[in-house]
Design a protein. Structure first.
Length: 265
């Protein structure tokens, strides 16, 4: 069998086609061809490379594993997350999973809990995770994530960060980012901020249910900011900044959220 332009086929399709040739003791060959002048994509190269390695019976499970890796099923606890898990983060994902279980058990109870428990979404453009190079054991990482999700206030965060440093050594930048995001989320809850999208040029802040606890205090705060902050027509708060470094972004957002939390208190 000759498969023309094999780079255009999916991994499962290639595997099924190759399985059409050869029976029992009869050996057959499947040739996977590509255009000689065409530049193959990274995923196409991976697919063809995988097909070369699948040369034994019962290779279906290995095929499925490779397919998930190539197509991006993602790593729930790593930087290579994809889909909604990457979008919402591990903490919110755990919370959403908990709510889904509650919904299956008791819808009325879930509705009451949703009003009192919510998790702000924060996008900083920085890796926010516990690298497996720092804590290789998956179960330990999971337990650490659960403990981090329950941290309240600066003292608890600093104390647990010190504990991790004592147990596993110097904290990598990704873990420091994670602790800073947890602090930001606590401040967001106090300020009734539901979502933050930040980048090098500033941040867009959305209040939960478009509700500001202290509108007069917010207007006074914006007056001090002059031309660097304003409220858009969609009720989102916009800050103009120059945050080229990720550390500047986190520190600047922390100062902003402390101010918003203070006027909401």
């Amino acid at each position: 069998m000759i498969i023309h332009n094999s780079d255009k086929f999916g991994l499962a399709q290639l595997y099924q086609l190759r399985g059409r040739v050869g029976r029992s003791k009869t050996r057959a060959y499947a040739y996977l061809t590509t255009h000689p002048t065409k530049q193959l994509t990274s995923n196409a190269k991976k697919r063809l490379g995988v097909m070369q390695t699948l040369d034994s019976l019962g290779a279906g499970f290995s095929l499925a594993s490779h397919d998930m890796d190539i197509r991006g099923a993602g790593n729930l606890l790593g930087e290579e997350q994809s889909g909604q898990v990457r979008e919402v983060g591990i903490e919110l994902y755990q919370h959403m999973l908990k709510e889904a279980v509650m919904a299956a058990r008791d819808k009325e109870k879930m509705d009451e809990t949703s009003d009192n428990e919510w998790t702000p979404q924060i996008s900083l453009g920085n890796p926010v995770l516990i690298p497996d190079s720092f804590i290789p054991d998956l179960n330990v990482r999971l337990s650490i994530y659960r403990r981090i999700a329950d941290l309240q206030g600066t003292d608890e965060i600093d104390s647990f960060a010190a504990e991790l440093s004592d147990r596993f050594g110097r904290l990598p930048a990704e873990v420091n980012n994670l602790f800073q995001v947890i602090l930001l989320k606590n401040l967001c809850r106090s300020a009734n901020v539901e979502k933050i999208d930040a980048g090098p040029k500033g941040a867009v802040i959305a209040f939960r249910n478009d509700s500001v606890k202290n509108l007069e205090g917010l207007l006074n705060l914006l007056e001090k900011e002059k031309n660097t902050a304003h409220i858009r027509t969609d009720h989102k708060l916009v800050y103009k900044r120059n945050w080229q470094k990720s550390s500047d972004r986190v520190n600047g957002l922390t100062r902003i959220m402390r101010d918003l939390a203070a006027i909401a208190a």
